[in-house]
Design a protein around this ligand. Structure first.
Ligand SMILES: [Zn+2]
Ligand SMILES: [Zn+2]
Length: 370
């Protein structure tokens, strides 16, 4: 009998076409599981990879790399010993799931401190290329391999894939960032960037009891969806092109004080330069968007000191944040227009065209269907 195979979108480096390759479908080892991908989102960090903003060699990652990390699917196979999800609910082949796409080791200094998101080995599976078993190391393709000690949650039947697909990156990411900053009742929050991350951040901040939620963006469609999500105030980059005026506007909207928490979800260093000046005395700045090393701005550390600003850098999220994000989605699916976050859907084999279109801003956020 011929070996059964599945497809994976393999990235060979910036400027080179992504190839759809066929790999043998692996049998999960004990403690592991295999997910059949039903839908995957093209996230901003995939674009950073594709453009070449991230030096994979420097980060110890091999090429070709199976691209994609945001996605959902169902259990295709379970390794020996895996009988439940991370909530302790029974897990079987065919169950629809959300999963974390990284695998903290559980034994390094960060993991021992309870900061599993900071585990340096969380992406150990990317040290070898996708030409090495178990091949399926990304979500743009037919399968995703969940290594032992993975985090996986059964999805409620009534939540369609279109709503689940963004939980394991964008939604869990902002759930983590807002948790780090301790956003609570009455806190005024500024969200820089109303892409997928920013829209989820409106919902999660609101569920945490935030006061005024102020969104900064310059794209009409994004601001419109942000208003459907219930943000209170909008600062349109087209109307206020000077950063100084936007900073003043945030002060005006917060009784002259400044924001309690500002989240950077746009991914450009000048956005950070502006955002830290929007933070009120004693407030926090949460940096999530900038993931491309080497892009800098001229910082003024005295501002952080004299204003007693706490700055959090946050890449990926804790296991509990994935659970919390799924729980918020389950409870509030009719309260927020989550279905508006993804604008377009395409077949997997159009991945090169879709990357280009989303990079140029012709599409805001797209899904790929394997
Ligand atoms: Zn992502
Ligand atoms: Zn670790």
């Amino acid at each position: 009998m011929a070996t059964r195979t599945g497809r994976a979108a393999a990235f060979y480096g910036a400027g080179q076409p992504i190839e759809i390759k066929e790999y043998p479908i692996p049998d999960p080892e004990p403690g592991a599981a295999l997910v059949k991908i039903s839908l995957a989102n093209l996230c901003g960090s995939d674009l950073h990879s594709w453009r070449g903003d991230i030096d994979y060699a420097k980060r110890g990652r091999a090429l070709p790399r199976h691209l994609g990390h945001e996605g959902t699917g169902s259990i295709a196979a379970l390794g020996e010993g895996v009988t439940t999800d991370s909530n302790g609910e029974s897990l079987a082949v065919g169950d629809r799931v959300v999963f974390a796409y990284f695998f903290p080791c559980g034994r390094c200094r960060a993991c021992l401190k309870g900061k599993d998101w900071a585990c340096p080995r969380r992406a150990h599976h990317l040290v070898q290329s996708c030409d090495h078993a178990p091949y399926f190391k990304g979500t743009f393709g037919d399968y995703f391999y969940l290594y032992p000690n993975h985090t996986v949650f059964k999805a409620p039947d009534d939540l369609p894939d279109e709503l689940l697909v963004g939980v394991n990156c964008a939604m869990a990411q902002v759930t983590s960032g807002l948790d780090l900053a301790g956003v609570g009742v009455g806190d005024n929050v500024v969200i820089q960037g109303a892409g997928g991350l920013g829209l989820y951040a409106i919902a999660v901040a609101r569920e945490r009891g935030a006061g005024k939620i102020i969104v900064v963006d310059g794209v009409a469609e994004r601001l419109e969806v942000a208003s459907m999500f219930g943000a209170d105030e909008f600062i349109d980059l087209r109307e206020l092109p000077e950063p100084e005026k936007r900073i003043t506007r945030v002060k005006e909207l917060t009784g002259g004080w400044g924001a309690d928490v500002v989240l950077e979800l746009a991914g450009f260093p000048q956005v950070t330069r502006e955002g830290v000046q929007m933070v009120g005395s004693g407030g926090s700045y949460v940096e999530i968007g900038n993931i491309s090393p080497g892009l800098t701005y001229d910082a003024d550390p005295a501002l952080w000191v004299t204003q007693n600003i706490t700055i959090f850098g946050n890449n990926v999220y804790g296991r509990r944040h994935l659970r919390d994000a799924l729980d918020i989605l389950r409870r509030t699916r009719d309260k927020y227009p989550f279905h508006r976050i993804v604008s377009d859907s395409f077949p997997l084999d159009q991945i090169n065209e879709v990357m280009e279109a989303q990079d140029k801003g012709h599409i805001t956020r797209s899904s790929l269907v394997p």
